[in-house]
Design a protein around this ligand. Structure first.
Ligand code: T3D
Length: 260
């Protein structure tokens, strides 16, 4: 499939989706949002893909909403744009039945940061920084930032980031638990691929159900979470990967999960 604002490639069971508007720091326009949602859907449907990496071309991860058109004074319904273009992307990241790793190569601002926050893991280059840029232009956090940010860093830090709009550097992001690890810029691609490969070799369906369970657990009471866990576990024991996991344990060898 031909893409204009992203690129998509699959290697060794890992799909890499690259935001590809480097001269605009991969700012998100409607084309990019549509293509990104489409690529997530393609990766979701491709059984050979068992993990997805989301990254940016050039020196930025994503600078959020493309502000270019507003210079031209275009009028717009922000809520409508979010619902039509941004929400499908965030929902695509959080409902795809395989892990998603953000490989954060540079600045992640506004909705660009939201993309990274919605992913299951964030591997950051030493040059990455996270900016809740919305407030700098008089907007409120969107694209899932109000959901994920307080859950990742706690309410007080999330509020500070959202109300001050200051850049959080990679090292601080690691201390805050905002990112999984920080690596030298030159190693980011290799480290991200190796991290993704580990996930791609995991029990894909159980990984997807694990995310679903945790998302459910953060917004429901204990009784509901217990019930949800029981439902999901009933499904997990039906997978071939569960049989393989137990067999490998008994045979004292590493499990060879097939994602089924
Ligand atoms: O419903 C709705 O649609 C509302 C949705 C809102 C979601 C949002 O994401 S709101 C937040 C939008 N994003 C921002 O406000 C961030 C704007 N960008 C910046 O503040 C800075 O660029 C950065 C802090 C991200 C990076 O700074 P720096 O100094 O490293 O780079 P730069 O020189 O500012 O940017 C490099 C180029 O990218 C530059 O173009 P030029 O001068 O080389 O031709 C700059 O204009 C361009 N660029 C950066 N961000 C955007 C952008 N172009 C369009 N849109 C951008 N968001």
């Amino acid at each position: 499939m031909g893409y204009e604002a992203i690129s998509y490639e699959v290697t060794d069971a890992v799909a890499t989706v690259t935001l590809n508007r480097p001269d605009r720091l991969n700012a998100i326009n409607q084309t990019l949002a549509k293509e990104l949602a489409g690529a997530l859907s393609v990766a979701g449907a491709d059984r050979s893909v068992r993990c997805v990496i989301l990254t940016g071309a050039g020196r930025g991860f994503s600078a959020g909403l493309d502000l270019g058109k507003f210079e031209e004074g275009a009028s717009f319904d922000a809520g409508d744009i979010l619902r039509r273009y941004y929400h499908p992307v965030i929902e695509g990241i959080t409902t795809i039945e395989k892990p998603v790793v953000a490989s954060v190569n540079g600045v992640a601002a506004g909705a660009g940061a939201s993309l990274a926050l919605a992913c299951d893991f964030r591997i950051a280059s030493e040059e990455a920084r996270f900016i809740q840029a919305f407030i700098r232009i008089g907007l409120v956090p969107d694209s899932g930032a109000t959901y994920f940010l307080p859950r990742l860093v706690g309410y007080a830090k999330a509020l500070e980031m959202a109300m001050l709009g200051d850049a959080v550097e990679a090292k601080t992001a690691l201390d805050l638990g905002l990112v999984t690890r920080v690596v030298p810029a030159a190693d980011l691609l290799e480290e991200s691929r190796s991290f993704a490969k580990r996930l791609a070799e995991g029990p894909t369906r159980a990984l997807a159900m694990t995310r679903r369970a945790l998302l459910f657990g953060t917004t429901n009471d204990l009784a509901s979470a217990l019930e949800n866990e029981a439902d999901l576990q009933s499904n997990a024991v039906l997978t071939n990967d569960f049989v393989e996991g137990v067999t490998a344990f008994i045979e004292k060898r590493p499990a060879a999960f097939r994602g089924q």
